[in-house]
Ligand binder design. Structure first.
Ligand code: SF4
Ligand code: SF4
Length: 103
């Protein structure tokens, strides 16, 4: 199984097919870049990153655990993304990169 651990998900770029909830995404038109969600995403998922001026969720790493939702996010801008698209290549520089907050 290529998607059991975070490291395996990063390697395979695949979401764990056993996860029942869809991944979440951040509505950047509402997000105030407070980074609170980033600190509340469990390390075994480690899905939220600063990406330039944006805060992003890599859907392949997001289990849908909802730990980043309000009251963690003060503006309620993290929304389910059942029709998610694969993360672009440049998003994959963050997991296990030099500034990975979950590593
Ligand atoms: S739903 Fe859970 S895994 Fe997904 S970004 Fe939020 S805290 Fe992280
Ligand atoms: S907690 Fe909400 S407002 Fe703060 S960075 Fe995360 S998504 Fe943006």
């Amino acid at each position: 199984m290529a998607s059991g651990t975070r490291a395996e998900r990063v390697e395979s770029r695949e979401r764990n097919e056993k996860w029942k909830n869809p991944p979440f995404k951040i509505d950047m038109s509402i997000c105030i870049n407070c980074d609170t969600c980033l600190r509340h995403c469990p390390t075994q998922f480690g899905a939220i990153f600063n990406h330039g001026i944006d805060v992003i969720i890599l859907p392949e790493l997001c289990s849908g655990c909802e730990k980043c939702l309000p009251p963690v996010c003060p503006v309620d801008c993290i929304v389910p993304d059942p029709d998610w698209n694969p993360s672009p290549d440049d998003w994959w520089q963050h997991p296990f990169g030099p500034e990975d907050p979950y590593d």
